[in-house]
Design a protein around this ligand. Structure first.
Ligand code: SF4
Length: 339
């Protein structure tokens, strides 16, 4: 495993030739293991009710935003819009509220999503093994769970109340999801929240543990950057484009087979650039508000984060093809499992 000092040296190295070398090595490995295939997905927000208070997030329980939880008829409409754009991998998100988005609600959403999508992932509150098993049989095959920061002190400072305060329960979510049969697990850190080198090392340790103990699972990582929100109550460090590029390239070099996701919170220019280096999964045509695809006007929406890449799915497909990438919509198909 890489040392903390080595990660710091890479992040602090300002020589452009070092970055170029790292990026080229990452690109070579990416092409070796993933070819020129880029998997496309889109998020759908089902609810923004949240019982946790994370100081960096606009959905936190103390924030006075309009709270919405979609009915099955409403999220079906949202899903239909996404489906019509050509997307077949769906990421369903909620705030973290066991009360407002309980298992039955999520299972119903999974069943309806299965009518349209081949790949269905969830980014919701952490659960127990039995619940993951039930979700798997309802149609969910992937889980996204970010630790945000692995620094326990910082974690306690920014997670003030609610279930998310429980660091250890969250840290072990990936194990429970794997035990529950999930096929894909996505991990991540929120860059800017804490010391980046230390968080990266812990994320790498977490990934190695999972690869060793659950080798049959397909892993991916994400590196969202902290953005200022109106209610933000603390200082954070900015992570510039060069630092993000180094983090993504280094991750590729250390983890050749791990998927790297990049959301529309990054600019089109940076997304296009990172595609050439290491990114293998991209969201496209995204909306990050509950009801944002089909139900609410732009003025009525309260997005979880602002979108920087507003290109449509069709534009992303055209871009990928122009760069000789293969946009991939379906790389897996569920078969009926009655066991
Ligand atoms: S990060 Fe998640 S748990 Fe925290 S406030 Fe936002 S939606 Fe809720």
């Amino acid at each position: 495993m890489i040392s903390l000092q080595k990660i710091k040296d890479i992040l602090n190295d300002s020589r452009s030739e070092s970055l170029e070398e790292l990026a080229q090595e990452a690109a070579r490995i990416t092409r070796q293991y993933f070819g020129r295939a880029i998997v496309l997905y889109a998020p759908v927000y089902l609810s923004n009710f949240c019982s946790s208070h994370c100081t960096y997030c606009g959905f936190h329980s103390h924030n006075k935003i309009q709270r919405i939880k979609l009915t099955p008829e409403q999220y079906r409409k949202e899903m239909q819009v996404i489906y019509k754009q050509g997307i077949r991998n769906l990421l369903m998100l909620t705030g973290e509220s066991y009360q407002h988005t309980p298992m039955e609600y999520l299972k119903e959403a999974a069943r309806i999503a299965s009518e349209y999508f081949q790949g269905i992932s969830l980014e919701v509150h952490p659960m127990r093994i039995q619940e993951y098993k039930e979700l798997f049989f309802a149609g969910v095959d992937g889980i996204t769970i970010y630790q945000e920061t692995y620094d326990r002190t910082r974690y306690a400072q920014v997670h003030l109340s609610g279930h998310k305060k429980d660091y250890d329960f969250r840290r072990k979510t990936s194990v429970r999801a794997a035990e529950g049969g999930m096929r894909q697990i996505s991990l991540g850190i929120l860059l800017g929240l804490s010391n980046i080198a230390e968080d990266l090392l812990e994320l790498y340790t977490h990934l190695r543990e999972m690869e060793k103990n659950y080798p049959g699972v397909e892993y991916s990582v994400s590196f969202p950057r902290l953005r200022t929100i109106k209610t933000q109550e603390f200082a954070h460090c900015d992570v510039d484009d060069i630092a993000l590029t180094k983090i993504i390239a280094l991750t590729r070099v250390l983890f050749p087979r791990v998927g790297i996701n990049l959301s529309t919170r990054e600019t089109p220019e940076l997304r296009d650039h990172l595609l050439e280096i290491a990114v293998t999964r991209m969201s496209a045509g995204s909306n990050t508000s509950v009801g944002g695809y089909a139900l609410l006007s732009e003025q009525e929406q309260d997005p979880q984060f602002d979108i920087k890449d507003e290109r449509s799915v069709a534009e992303i497909i055209a871009l990928l093809k122009s760069k000789d990438f293969d946009p991939v919509f379906t790389d897996w198909r569920r078969i009926e499992n009655t066991a």
